[in-house]
Design a protein. Structure first.
Length: 94
């Protein structure tokens, strides 16, 4: 993963997080999830620092874990033949 792409992803995540905290319902939901999963609340600075600590190696490690053993599935709606043709020539996202 290129450094620029990782930084863009971090910036997008941080921006989305900060915008979501402007909505009271979203903020309360966020705090409730923290309590349920971690038995504590994380401050915004702590969360932003955690995002910045993520490395390309971390992303690769998690991706390898998530996408191993054929655990990836897709649902296709529309032209299945076009998807099969794209997969055959290596351009699935075209």
């Amino acid at each position: 993963m290129p450094d620029a792409e990782l930084q863009r992803s971090k910036d997008h995540l941080k921006g989305s997080l900060m915008l979501s905290l402007e909505n009271t319902a979203s903020r309360m939901s966020h705090l409730a999830r923290q309590e349920i999963y971690f038995d504590r609340q994380f401050g915004l600075d702590e969360t932003l620092h955690g995002i910045e600590r993520v490395t390309a190696a971390d992303v690769q490690r998690v991706a390898a874990d998530l996408f191993q053993n054929g655990s990836l599935a897709a649902t296709v709606l529309g032209q299945r033949q076009r998807l099969a043709d794209s997969a055959a020539n290596g351009s699935i996202l075209s």
